[in-house]
Ligand binder design. Structure first.
Ligand code: ZN
Length: 335
């Protein structure tokens, strides 16, 4: 079984001065806002300060020829800063220290280096962080709503586990009962901490970070994302495919969790209450998603799966035809 190298953690308030002193000089990959937050706390002049523009392959390739000979690279910010730092660590073979200033995505904790090629995310390599620094003061300065969005990719376990079983019963996926059981326990811990996640307090931030680690470990051990990714993600991909719009990933996944739990007959009211306690912005109105857009996304969801067999996977969408009655029920539940 492949093993997951859990990073070391440094957690606390106003810990960044200690972090830089201990880890030493190096390259920083960041963006203006998170860097400003760091500079309010500590007067650190890195060997090289790189402001991340985007995650296009071209941008990263242009960065490569003059990377400094550093021993450590810091990814300070959200997903793009984390991925750029992974790219540098991969090219330089140096230590990778991730300093998430927001917990909206799991990129600072994963190993996959995600870049955009022709507008689509491709993974071009792997490197695990050596150390992850969680400064609650910094993270709590990010918009609460975006921090709460982090729970979307954890609550997706609710619908993903159902799809995994559907796929296994049809002989379309390997199933691992022990891993599924641990994923369920992970979901239960998130449910238990829903009010803390909604408050974005220290316990809520810790829950998102710790359960991301658990989820990543389970996916590594299983060798795929079945424990956390199901048809709720296919709804998100179909919505983005149809509209070309992008939004906080966890919120759109939350919309999918509710919608697909209706289609699965999988306790939609229960999971909706949990998402409300987490104060996740999963309702279309939270994101400017129109009724017509969502109805159309649902009407075309079975076809989306059939038309993109390589980019999608077996789920409830292969066994249940979405009816107008289901769509009505979903729309009622989301308003
Ligand atoms: Zn996701």
């Amino acid at each position: 079984m492949p093993s997951y190298p859990k990073p070391q953690f440094l957690r606390g308030r106003r810990i960044l001065a200690h972090l830089f002193e201990h880890e030493g000089d190096g390259m920083v990959c960041t963006m203006p806002e998170p860097w400003e937050l760091v500079r309010r706390q500590v007067d650190f002049e890195p060997m090289r300060l790189h402001m991340v523009q985007d995650m296009a392959m071209k941008t990263l390739e242009a960065l490569e020829p003059d990377l400094p000979d550093c021993e450590v690279v810091y990814g300070i910010g959200g997903g793009s800063a984390a991925d750029t730092a992974k790219f540098v660590a991969m090219k330089r073979g140096c230590r990778l220290v991730q300093v998430p200033t927001i917990v909206s995505v799991d990129a600072p904790l994963t190993d996959a280096v995600g870049v955009r090629v022709d507008g689509r995310v491709r993974y071009i390599g792997h490197v695990w962080p050596d150390l992850v620094a969680i400064d609650y003061d910094v993270i709590q300065q990010a918009p609460k709503r975006l921090n709460r969005a982090g729970c979307g990719d954890l609550l997706s376990i609710h619908t993903a586990l159902h799809d995994w079983l559907v796929a296994a019963e049809a002989g379309q996926a390997a199933y691992d009962e022990a891993i599924a059981e641990q994923a369920r326990a992970c979901l239960q811990r998130v449910v238990a901490a829903a009010d803390d996640i909604g408050a974005v307090n220290q316990a809520g931030i810790d829950t998102i970070v710790d359960e991301y680690c658990q989820e990543i470990r389970l996916c590594v051990e299983f060798g795929g994302s079945r424990p956390e990714e199901g048809s709720e993600h296919l709804l998100a991909y179909n919505y983005e495919y149809r509209t070309g719009r992008h939004m906080a990933h966890g919120e759109l996944v939350g919309t999918g969790v509710y919608a697909l739990s209706v289609i699965q007959g999988n306790d939609p009211e229960g999971i909706r209450q949990v998402m409300d306690r987490c104060r996740l912005g999963f309702r279309p109105a939270d994101n400017g998603i129109t009724r017509d857009e969502l109805v159309e996304t649902l009407r075309t969801l079975n076809a989306f799966r059939q038309e993109h067999p390589e980019d999608t996977f077996y789920s409830v969408l292969d066994t249940v035809e979405i009816t107008e009655g289901m769509i009505e029920r979903i729309m009622d539940g989301l308003t």
